[in-house]
Design a protein around this ligand. Sequence first.
Ligand code: G6P
Length: 362
Amino acid sequence: NAASKGAYEFYMLKEIDEQPGVMRHMSQNYLDENGEPKVDQDILDAISKADRLYIFAAGTSYHAGLVGKTLFEHYTGIPTEVGLASEAGYHFPMMSKHPFFIFLTQSGETADSRVVLKEVNKRGIPSLTMTNVEGSTLSREATYTMLLGAGPEIAVASTKAYTAQIALQAVLAKALGEKLNNENAKDWDLRQDLAMAAEGIQQIVDGKEKIKKLADDYLIKSRNAFYIGRGIDYAVALEAALKLKEVSYIQTEGFAAAELKHGTISLIEKGTPVVAMINDPVTADLTRGNIQEVVSRGASVITIVGKDFAREGDDIVLPEINYYMSALLTVIPAQLLAYYASKDKGLDVDKPRNLAKSVTVE
Ligand code: G6P
């Protein structure tokens, strides 16, 4: 039974461990025998007419949208905006001539997202909901639906829905980019990338004991912490920080690595944990410089670094992957750090105080 905890103490770890399977499932469901994406022709016809994509979501799904923006822009060439549904509902974004809306929602029931979709429908704008729940409200009310197929997610803190949303946006970006004759999309071996994501996630979760030790040594005694990164790593830093703070109650902020020096660095004290992520080839060296800045102010730095950029002394070296898909790997140690920080503080990992899995009020 997909929804049972089995031998796991908490759903969150079970769901983290399920992510290699989620990636394989994505390939099976959405790629044909030649590795070409299978997306409904109606969806591709509608979205290929768009001059701008608008992604709206809440919480972790919003963070998946931030990664999706980079995928859509790189592989389709269509400018893409990402916004918080709760803000857009009452301050609707300025529209391009031919907008297309994408809603990311694990549950398909988030009230804040639904407010935006209602307005979209009122204006006759086409839309797509990417959701884990077939027949959910946002699925029924949007023009089109694509299902995440991640299996039931029970832990309040979202893990496998986030990686599934990134992978599914990759599938759509590939299909759309090929239809639009985008060179990046045509050269992209998505099947291989999804296979590398599945294997890479497996390697990381197999090494979870080391990550638990980092959580125990650096995080659990701290009141606050930081995640920093640039490019896609910045988007992942926001999700990583949300994950850690929501389940462990350690106040954590995600920052663009270079922004620290514009103010936040004043919060760094001796022993403040700073988790730095490096996958972006363009800015890798600059982020190293930002790490030095916090080290010299006494921070305890944990590094999560792509294989190509690894240096002696890095804490977590990620298996190799295409930069545009790197969020699928970088987020996994962050999910595990959050899990162990919460569990080893004796908290109820699956049910953090004050939070609900699906929020149907504005
Ligand atoms: C709630 C959950 C979050 C989730 C957000 C959006 O606040 O606690 O984990 O990311 O809603 O949910 P959705 O189902 O729309 O992805």
